[in-house]
Design a protein around this ligand. Structure first.
Ligand SMILES: Nc1ncnc2c1ncn2[C@@H]1O[C@H](COP(=O)(O)OP(=O)(O)OP(=O)(O)O)[C@@H](O)[C@H]1O
Ligand SMILES: [Mg+2]
Length: 260
């Protein structure tokens, strides 16, 4: 066994003013190195958008933060506590600070809308049923679905289901919200409503957001910073104004001209 497990210890140590720190992350699927010695940090309350070609590892980064997959190398720190590598108990604790909304909603189909939202706060946070329900009703009000408490998700439109998924993520009072192309599976006329809701959440909460989106107008509105991925690394980062209007890298320019 090598003793040189942390060749660059300073990179893996959380610094003040950082909520998320990925340091020297490498992730391979077989022979495919998807993330290659990747490092970046996100300050508390900031909204960061990840852009880059299909297969560049954007979803993989969010899945690493959700601990749905583990890196081969590197460290991940959230709010001062290590998420990886860490003992299972610590992973479970740190994980509670992170919520995710997926492209395909992933609601529990056999539970009512209300129960979809109360389930994790009760089971994972140990919240009382009454408190979880009160909070769920407030959140359903926030997302414009107060009248759908008792409905089953399959009876809702895609846009409504995605609003429930957003409410469900917020019910855990996360410090970090991960959004992975949350409007890509929606009919075009439902996209604007969900993006408006997310704009509201970005404006009115201090939740740190990491967002993968092809909605460049939305990204421009909400982002403090845009990270451009290619070849498993961040090849360029900056303000949305800079990245969307005057990128440094040819690769970024090519990518944007293809998607804009
Ligand atoms: N479970 C898995 N097993 C094998 N390979 C995987 C797995 N998950 C992702 N990959 C591979 O990792 C690479 C990055 O995938 P990822 O889903 O992170 O890309 P992405 O940037 O989100 O792409 P897209 O914009 O198409 O969603 C791809 O080459 C993909 O095939
Ligand atoms: Mg993806």
């Amino acid at each position: 066994m090598s003793v040189e497990t942390h060749p660059q210890p300073s990179l893996s140590d959380a610094q003040p003013g950082e909520l998320i720190r990925l340091a020297n992350i490498t992730k391979r699927f077989g022979a495919n190195t998807v993330l290659d010695d990747l490092s970046f940090t996100v300050a508390p309350g900031k909204h960061v958008t990840l852009i880059g070609p299909s297969g560049s590892g954007k979803t993989t980064i969010l899945r690493l933060l959700m601990t749905l997959t583990r890196p081969d190398e590197g460290t991940i720190t959230v709010d001062g506590d290590q998420l990886f590598p860490a003992p299972e108990k610590q992973i479970r604790e740190v994980r509670k600070k992170i919520g995710m909304v997926f492209q395909q909603f992933n609601l529990f189909p056999n539970m009512s809308v209300l129960r979809n939202i109360t389930e994790a706060p009760v089971q994972v946070l140990g919240m009382s049923g009454d408190e979880a329900e009160e909070r769920a009703r407030e959140l359903l009000d926030l997302v414009g679905l107060a009248d759908k408490c008792d409905a089953k998700p399959t009876r809702l439109s895609g846009g409504q289901q995605q609003r429930v998924a957003i409410a469900r993520a917020l019910a855990m009072r996360p410090r970090v919200l991960l959004l992975d192309e949350v409007t890509s599976a929606l009919d075009p006329e439902l996209v604007a409503g969900v993006l408006d809701l997310l704009r509201d959440i970005a404006r009115s909460t201090d939740i740190t957001m990491l967002c993968v989106t092809h909605e460049m107008g939305f990204a421009r509105d909400i982002s403090d910073q845009v990270l451009m991925f290619d070849g498993g690394r961040v090849i360029e980062s900056g303000s949305p104004e800079k990245i969307f209007t005057d990128p440094e890298q040819d690769r970024t320019r090519e990518f944007l001209s293809a998607v804009l």
